[in-house]
Ligand binder design. Sequence first.
Ligand SMILES: Cc1cc2nc3c(=O)[nH]c(=O)nc-3n(C[C@H](O)[C@H](O)[C@H](O)COP(=O)(O)OP(=O)(O)OC[C@H]3O[C@@H](n4cnc5c(N)ncnc54)[C@H](O)[C@@H]3O)c2cc1C
Ligand code: FES
Length: 271
Amino acid sequence: MSTQDMPHLAPYTVRERHHVGEHVWEIWISTDEAILAALKPGMFVDVAVPGDPRHLVRIPLSYYDMDLHRSYLKLYVVNVGEGTKRFCHQKVGSGATLIGPLGHGWELPKDTEHPALLVAGGSGAAPIYAAARMFVTGGIDCDVVMGAQSGTRFWHEGAAQLATLDSSADVQVFPATDDGSYGFHGFPTQLMERLVEKKIYGSVLCCGPNSLMGGVATIAAREHIPCQVSLERVMACGFGACNTCSVAMKDGSVASCCQDGPVFDAEEVEW
Ligand SMILES: Cc1cc2nc3c(=O)[nH]c(=O)nc-3n(C[C@H](O)[C@H](O)[C@H](O)COP(=O)(O)OP(=O)(O)OC[C@H]3O[C@@H](n4cnc5c(N)ncnc54)[C@H](O)[C@@H]3O)c2cc1C
Ligand code: FES
């Protein structure tokens, strides 16, 4: 890793905010070009959100896309608590600092002949979007299951952008909602069961709630498909200093989600 690729602190400014669903926002920020250049799909930044001096902890956020001409990082943020709520309502032109690039991102699969199956739930759509872009750029077709609680919380813009990516490989998006108000009625795992019955996949990627990732990992293992998961843990520092983000591994060891992950081989994680 060159010194330029090392995680460092940089200022950021909010450039655009788009309300794209109930409690869901796209936030485009400008920041340090060296961080943008070093970020790979699946990696993340740790964002400080001003407005509450009691809130010392930064918010880990994956990016879904970049605009290198304007040095913009595009974030997809689900408002789930105090920090994300303040970030989603931060004024255009305001900002603070972030730390990046952090973590290890997605690996390109060994099997590039068969399509990849990408499964996202909720805020997991951000790193899955970035993975789909990386895979189709590498010539790998992708089927993307995008799950949300309801149609009003579904990331319609993201799904539409993915389906029209300009590349030699194909992306097909399969929406799923828990309440059936948009797309398939049911959990992404149920839709995944149907897809793996019909098609041979060379790899599976998943990001979302832990229960979803555990379910997807179980189906992938049963079907003998290599599976990567991007785990979410509460993170106090984001760079290996605090031990708050532990991940129990099958071999009995404990990994740190922020430094060893967030992307892991699903077979190595103790679910
Ligand atoms: C590597 C990584 C990448 C992430 N990428 C994104 C992203 O692109 N978009 C996005 O919307 N969210 C993402 N998250 C989740 C996001 O960081 C949390 O939702 C956020 O930190 C919650 O902060 P808060 O102050 O709003 O919530 P709090 O008020 O602190 O908590 C609200 C709820 O969220 C849970 N929570 C708190 N921190 C986390 C966390 N780090 N991971 C999971 N749940 C948490 C709490 O247990 C609680 O149930 C990511 C998390 C990780 C670890
Ligand atoms: S968040 Fe501090 S060690 Fe991972």
